[in-house]
Write a protein that binds this ligand. Structure first.
Ligand code: NAD
Ligand code: ZN
Length: 360
């Protein structure tokens, strides 16, 4: 941990760079080098735009004086991730008469990244999208990998496209305005990368938990870079989620069941995933795959990061099981879980007996 700037390259048909560090949203040259044409649309939400949109716009204009930069601001939160707001963004792109070489800047959390990314995927059958993630979850997860979507009343992320960004620029200083609970939710996804594939990283997180909670820029940049490198490697090997990419759902089968059962009004996603990872580790224990000590280690780290590690009281295990049967990642071959053979060694296991799941 010396200079707090990091860079990760995502391989693929169109490789792209993830740049990470404090102050990047004010770095006009870094922002401008992502722009091919003479115009762009900045999409953000009502929480993030007042904090950062002018700064991004000023930095871009200073570095690229002729740039025609438009702006579209959406309401904040998951409730905005709809086809209606997607349509609003496409209408704004049409009003601005953006051409094929224009860029969309997605400035915000995963909601803005997914929605603006989907609009960029569809406008003129696909224009450049630059992801400017401002939540930790977006920096380590949603901005990387190219999945974009909006929700329908029938379910989350049902309409979308694979549209990798042309660049990701993650300003760690922007995390300082993020509510603490949102930062911790992102840390759950960071822990996930260690848990599923990198025992050494989990050890590093043990050593740097306090630095992360106090938002030390170098610790944050390292954690984000290592998380992105893991996601990038997995996505490069399995861009369309036919196999290995499923490992990224470690803790998510349980987590999604908790979120669904609570009507998305209890634990947030990261908190539900934290509980879900502990349950996945316990399931691995029950199945005789991994030692109890590894569960204890994961649980201790999550607790230090201020995350929940047990099911909220009042949740009915039978109802959670029913949600898991309906999970879109469940298959005909019975319940499918991401289990582990111990810290850093996750794998997909099909045909998990319901009795074992009941047990945990
Ligand atoms: P979010 O975008 O709703 O952001 C959380 C809240 O923080 C919002 O109210 C937002 O306005 C506010 N906020 C964002 N940045 C801020 C900042 N720097 N300072 C102050 N406030 C700020 O939620 P999220 O957790 O970032 O993302 C969740 C979404 O990401 C979900 O819709 C999920 O489906 C999606 N997701 C997508 C992928 C993918 O691969 N595409 C992966 C994981 C999650
Ligand atoms: Zn997640």
């Amino acid at each position: 941990m010396t200079t707090p700037h990091r860079e990760v390259t995502v391989a693929g048909d169109r490789p792209y760079r993830i740049r990470i560090g404090p102050g990047l949203l004010d770095d006009g040259d870094t922002l401008a080098e992502t722009v091919r044409g003479g115009e762009a649309m900045l999409v953000s939400d009502r929480n993030v735009a007042p904090l950062y949109a002018d700064r991004v716009a000023d930095a871009l204009r200073a570095a690229r004086p002729g740039l025609r930069l438009h702006r579209h601001v959406l309401p904040a939160g998951e409730a905005a991730k709809t086809l209606a707001h997607f349509a609003d963004v496409t209408h704004a792109l049409a009003e601005a008469r953006l051409r094929r070489d224009a860029s969309v800047f997605a400035l915000g959390g995963g909601v803005i990244g997914d929605l603006a990314g989907f609009a960029a995927a569809c406008w003129m059958r696909g224009i450049d999208c630059v992801q400017l993630p401002t939540t930790l979850l977006a920096m380590v997860d949603s901005a990387v990998g190219g999945k974009t979507a909006v929700d329908l009343p029938q379910g989350k992320n049902l309409v979308g496209a694979f549209h990798p960004p042309c660049a990701v620029i993650a300003d760690t200083a922007a995390l300082r305005s993020l509510p603490a609970r949102e930062l911790r939710a992102g840390l759950a996804e960071v822990v996930k990368y260690g848990a599923l594939g990198d025992a050494d990283f989990l050890g590093w997180l043990d050593d740097h938990a306090d630095a992360l909670l106090t938002m030390d820029d170098a610790a944050l940049a390292d954690a984000i870079a290592r998380s992105c490198a893991h996601k990038a490697a997995i996505v490069a090997r399995d861009p369309f989620e036919h196999g290995e990419r499923a490992l990224l759902n470690f803790g998510h089968t349980f987590g999604h069941a908790i979120e669904t059962e609570q009507g998305y009004d209890g634990l947030n996603h990261g908190e539900a995933v934290a509980v879900g990872m502990v349950l996945a580790a316990r399931l691995s224990e029950v199945l005789g795959l991994a030692p109890a000590a590894d569960t204890a280690r994961l649980q201790a780290l999550l607790q230090r990061l201020g995350l929940p590690v047990a099911l909220p009281s009042g949740l009915d295990p039978d109802r959670l099981l029913a949600h898991m049967r309906l999970d879109k990642k469940a298959q005909a071959d019975g319940l499918r879980f991401i289990v582990w053979d111990g810290v850093g060694r996750a794998r997909v296991l099909a045909g998990v007996p319901e009795a074992a799941v009941q047990d945990v």
